[in-house]
Design a binder for this molecule. Structure first.
Ligand code: CA
Length: 227
């Protein structure tokens, strides 16, 4: 599973436990202990799913969830709210937060994992399945083969990672910085110009008919997978 999970949790032991276990399952994990910071970082990092604690030192999880669900660039990211047992649990049911699921603390990690996977499968099938498809373009994640109209396409490792990321949410525009973060990670020696170079290579490689390039350039914004 190559999905990216963002954890908003101020209790360090819980945050570390989640991070450790999720990474062991193959997820990429980022986290924040602070609501304001989380809101900003989520827009930057574009995670595939958010685990959101209800009680935070500044903004409540409910407020964060409402902000997220009002913002069209992030509202499709599924949210699982983490609440404490008892009063909170009852209270939260009365709120319309827009969260996709709830989990009561203390929770069992295996159960949380089941919910994460089923939510991702439902909301973002292109992320979790062994095969990602957009129009006539197909990625087989097991064999790491890419094809268009059944014709195999050879991609370099960075182009493959770029395409594998863009296909998670076709038509969404990602900035160069977001693509750098997702594909090159913490390698700070990479310039944003490098993204352009690899996007050009990817665009040429997957353009089999000379008509539909499938990668759109949005001036001063970034790139998307779109025909
Ligand atoms: Ca808390």
């Amino acid at each position: 599973m190559n999905a990216h999970i963002f954890v908003v949790e101020d209790e360090k032991p819980i945050q570390e436990l989640l991070q450790y276990n999720l990474e062991k399952e193959g997820f990429k994990v980022s986290s924040s202990a602070n609501g304001e910071e989380a809101l900003e970082t989520i827009k930057e990092k574009v995670p595939d799913l958010i685990l959101l604690d209800w009680m935070l030192p500044d903004l409540s999880g409910i407020k964060i969830c409402r902000y997220l669900k009002q913002d069209k660039t992030v509202k499709n990211i599924p949210v699982i709210m983490l609440t404490a047992k008892g009063e909170e649990e009852d209270k939260i049911k009365g709120f319309n937060t827009g969260a996709e699921d709830y989990m009561t603390k203390p929770f069992s990690f295996p159960e949380l994992l089941v919910r994460i996977k089923s939510l991702l499968k439902r909301v973002k099938p292109n992320i979790v399945s062994d095969e990602a498809i957009y129009l006539d373009l197909k990625i087989d994640r097991v064999s790491m083969k890419v094809s268009r109209k059944e014709k195999e396409i050879n991609l370099g490792p960075k182009e493959y990672k770029l395409l594998n990321f863009l296909i998670k949410q076709p038509k969404r525009v990602y900035s160069r910085d977001q693509l750098l973060e997702q594909v090159w990670g913490d390698d700070i020696n990479v310039e944003s110009r490098t993204v352009d170079v690899h996007i050009t290579r990817l665009r040429q490689a997957i353009n089999i008919d000379g008509v539909k390039p499938l990668i759109r350039t949005v001036r001063s914004a970034g790139y998307s997978l779109e025909n």
